[in-house]
Design a protein around this ligand. Structure first.
Ligand SMILES: N[C@@H](CCC(=O)N[C@@H](CS)C(=O)NCC(=O)O)C(=O)O
Length: 219
């Protein structure tokens, strides 16, 4: 058994699972992956021993259990990566934390109307409320790239936790055909070109399970 274990859901559907998985992969941290199929009759039974919230992702490290994507990333950065999960400059770090927290806690319409589905490949016209949320994400991406993207192609230049938070959004935007500004589109492509993002999407597309809730949304 490895020291670090990450419990995740179906790669095709579980956006929050992708967040710490990508961080661990990008920083070459050795970990064991435990994948549990979501929304099945026995999901709660299988998740119970790992997850107090009965949700994924969950990080298990020594005797510690952490059951939230953002908290997991903070922990990995602090305990495993010596703080390098965030930009070092305090202003960049504060902004990276703010946009990551905004992604984590806001955008209810995006999460409901365009849920993660790696197999989606069609254009969906967003509702007005969703268009507002897409415009806000576009503004975050364009603004961070312009202000902080001087030392690399990611949101704050070099790769950080903020990119992990937005990687599932890039997959959704591509799958459902979001229309973005030029700068935001370039950043989305950077995320989609990341080899581990590609790996997650490829593995997600190979999964056979179909969640009827997600299918019904776009039938
Ligand atoms: N705030 C949590 C949200 C976790 C979450 O909602 N996970 C979904 C999968 S992406 C889940 O486990 N859903 C199962 C359920 O709601 O029963 C986080 O960031 O980790």
């Amino acid at each position: 058994m490895k020291d670090i274990r990450l419990v995740i859901g179906n790669k095709n559907y579980s956006s929050w699972s992708m967040v710490p998985w990508l961080l661990l992969k990008m920083y070459d941290v050795d970990f064991e992956e435990i994948e549990i199929e979501l929304y099945q009759d026995n999901t709660a039974e299988k998740l119970g021993p790992y997850s107090p919230s009965l949700k994924v992702p969950v990080l298990l490290h020594n005797e510690i259990t952490i059951w939230d994507s953002m908290a997991i990333c903070e922990y990995i950065s602090e305990v495993v990566l010596g703080g390098s999960g965030w930009p070092t400059n305090p202003k960049r770090k504060a902004t990276a934390r703010a946009v990551s927290a905004e992604m984590h806690s806001e955008f209810p319409v995006l999460k409901a109307e365009w849920p993660m589905n790696c197999k989606a490949s069609y254009k969906l016209k967003p509702s007005n409320k969703l268009a507002d949320e897409i415009a806000r994400i576009d503004a975050i991406w364009s603004c961070c790239r312009r202000r902080y993207g001087d030392n690399g192609n990611y949101l704050f230049g070099r790769f950080s936790i903020a990119d992990c938070m937005f990687a599932p959004v890039a997959a959704c935007f591509e799958g459902y055909g979001a229309e973005l500004s030029k700068d935001a589109n370039t950043y989305m492509q950077t995320l989609l070109d990341n080899p581990f993002v590609q790996k997650w999407i490829t593995l997600g597309r190979r999964e056979q399970e179909t969640l009827s809730v997600v299918q019904a949304l776009h039938a």
